[in-house]
Design a protein around this ligand. Structure first.
Ligand SMILES: Nc1ncnc2c1ncn2[C@@H]1O[C@H](COP(=O)(O)OP(=O)(O)O)[C@@H](O)[C@H]1O
Ligand SMILES: N[C@@H](CCC(=O)OP(=O)(O)O)C(=O)O
Length: 360
């Protein structure tokens, strides 16, 4: 395990609520005290906190029959106020200031939004303020949503180049079966092998949560691939953050690979965000995989699909339909179409903005 210097801590709804679904302020208070301890040790912390819907549900009584999506939007918007105010009060005890950042998927798709957000978050940290991120559930419904806040936390960790992602939930980590079954065992470490852990996971999730353990697994693997170590641990357990530091507890640990460059981390999360696709021939494919540093030139491109602008994310596939990677368009689709197969043209994807799925 590596040292923790800069971490994103994600707190799930079920950590912040008691068994009846009511906000558990005592638990929040303990977690805030623990985060304060991290800060005293010089560890930079970004908090990704769920809980808006759970807090809203407690405060705002709505008619049973109301459309469930609208219900969630209303609860998230009323509950977010209570959630952030509770954090504000609790952190104020240690004279720490907090900031609220509400984001949507769109903010990660657009590189300008992404860089603005990154600058703001890093600026807050530099001023000693704790950024508290949540999804803007009022705007983000259905297809605009993150799978859940585990995805948002993983994207945030990649965005700021954090070395560690801690996903706090109501179980000790990933088990080989339902956590409450006597035969289920905790998986303590996940390496880089191809072991299929997803078959262990059942569809249960917390009453206010969304993605469940499967998203935690997928996001943890993705983060570890990008060089970020991940801990899935029990946020209900006393002094959990301190215990993670001293490795004196149960958790599931994902061993990180070698860290990827920052722009490549942004691209790596772009598989749902791409605006167009380029199909490349065998020669270009071999060149991309054989050379460590090479850009994609139009001569190796056989087709271009979609309408995109300079700066948008493109998916790269081969002629058999295999998905090879992602990259940032150096020019718009109209220009790209004109240059298909031509020699002596500027790269359509520059190496600095090229991310291949399996290239180590
Ligand atoms: N194999 C498994 N190992 C651990 N937890 C599992 C497994 N399969 C399903 N789960 C469920 O996943 C839940 C955690 O996911 P979720 O409710 O989304 O948490 P959060 O609200 O913290 O994001 C656990 O409470 C557990 O019941
Ligand atoms: N944005 C929502 C949380 C959605 C979510 O991902 O919840 P969880 O699975 O408990 O982390 C809220 O604040 O209620």
């Amino acid at each position: 395990m590596n040292a923790i210097n800069f971490c994103v801590i994600k707190v799930g709804s079920n950590v912040l609520t008691d068994k009846d679904g009511n906000p558990d302020i005592k638990r929040m208070d303990h977690l805030v005290a623990e985060i304060t301890e991290y800060r005293k040790k010089g560890i930079k912390v970004i908090l990704v906190s769920s809980g808006a819907v759970a807090f809203g549900r407690k405060e705002t009584i709505l008619p049973e029959k109301l459309n469930p999506v609208l219900k969630k939007q209303i609860w998230a918007s009323t509950g977010q106020i209570d959630l952030i105010n509770t954090y504000k009060k609790l952190f104020a005890k240690s004279t720490l200031q907090v900031a609220q950042i509400l984001v949507t998927k769109e903010d990660f798709r657009d590189r300008k939004h992404f860089l603005n957000m990154k600058n703001c978050v890093l600026g807050l940290l530099a001023q000693g303020i704790i950024p508290i991120i949540n999804e803007n559930d009022t705007v983000a419904i259905t297809e605009l949503m993150f799978t859940d806040n585990d995805e948002l936390a993983s994207l945030s960790a990649a965005m700021v180049d954090a070395d560690t992602l801690i996903l706090l939930t109501n179980v000790d980590g990933i088990y080989t079966g339902p956590p409450d079954h006597p035969g289920s065992e905790l998986i303590r470490e996940v390496g880089h092998g191809t072991e299929k852990l997803s078959s262990y996971i059942s569809a249960t999730k917390s009453s206010f949560g969304r993605g469940g353990m499967l998203t935690k697994l997928n996001m943890s693997k993705k983060s570890a691939d990008l060089g970020i170590q991940v801990f899935i641990a029990n946020g209900k357990s006393e002094n959990i953050l301190g215990k993670i530091l001293s490795k004196d507890t149960n958790f599931t640990y994902f061993e990180p690979k070698k860290a990827k460059q920052s722009t490549k981390k942004w691209l790596a999360h772009g598989d749902q965000y791409f605006k167009g696709e380029v199909i490349i021939n065998q020669g270009a494919k071999t060149a991309l995989y054989d050379h460590k540093i090479i850009s994609l030139l139009p001569i190796g491109v056989t087709s271009v699909y979609g309408e995109f602008k300079k700066g948008d994310i493109l998916r790269i596939s081969d002629e058999e339909g295999n998905r090879l990677g992602l990259g940032r368009a150096e020019y718009p689709s109209k220009t790209a179409l004109e240059r298909i197969g031509l020699k002596n043209q500027k790269p359509i994807i520059h190496y600095d903005y090229l991310y291949l799925f399996h290239h180590d």
